[in-house]
Design a protein around this ligand. Sequence first.
Ligand SMILES: [Zn+2]
Ligand SMILES: [Zn+2]
Length: 343
Amino acid sequence: MCPTMHSPTRYARSMVRFTVLASGSKGNATVVTGGRTRILVDCGLSCRELFRRMRQVGEEPETLDAILITHEHSDHVGGVAVTARKLGIPVYFTEGTHRAWMRWLSPRRQMTYAQWLEQIRRQAAERQAETDNPAEEGEPDESDLVLDSSAEAAESAKQDEPAEPEEPAKAKEPTWLPAVEYFAAGEAFEIGDIRISPFTTPHDAADPVGFVFAAEGVRMGFVTDLGYISPNVKAQLKDLDLLLLESNHDLEMLRDGPYPWSVKQRVMSRVGHLSNEAAASFLEEDYDGQAAYVILAHLSESNNLPELARVTAERALNGRASLLANMLLLATQHEPLSSITFR
Ligand SMILES: [Zn+2]
Ligand SMILES: [Zn+2]
């Protein structure tokens, strides 16, 4: 496999591409392309900002096939409902993540599981009834900000006002999605030409996961939002062509930084975020050194500096860098990273 960042077009069908659009606590989104399939991994940007960044790096939003979610924190799901509706594509969650996301958007309803199932059935019936009469095609995406639950609910409510009296129920329902698919950690599955192996990560969410993507013989590991590298995670991150790994904070900066002590403890905990030091110790001691690209991701803007993260990882990878291995890149919050293409 010959990894290149700028190589001439050869055979379009044998192509794997990996594009980080945003990474950090204000929003996460990455596009993975394999063969004819294109998946958005996490959707923590508003739909408008997501589309803007995709076009900026030459990706067509309309060609996305599915959205895949790691966990329900708002920096990973803030724009998912609006984006999925606009594109009419399915969203893949674990069941635990989907339920947590639904609860997050309907905090006052306190649905029981039975009520929730009933609601899903009712929505399915409504969708069935609407198939003859597809209502709104694209929904307005008013905000360039990541929506929190109340903002999205408010936006949804706002959209209802000028509507016809017979407006379908889905417009009133912030959790309505064109289609929901479940997957489970430990059970590999396929979306089109991409094989996806989800694995459990230690993080304070309902059912958080990382992924290994495989397409055309290229393997890409993807893991952020984890308190430490558990044996399970370690076992997954092998024989990779690309590794995207969290390098969230510098321990000293976090300790001396502006967060209240309770938040510092949460970040540092076994279900918080991975420090530069922990990422480096994985790269030094456990990582097999095989990946052409190592991308540091989910860097904190308050408790980290890109150069600190880079130097710490570089030191750990020292001796492993070569022409075709371990090129170190940093994903950022505000700008997409250049696409990485494998041909
Ligand atoms: Zn996050
Ligand atoms: Zn998280």
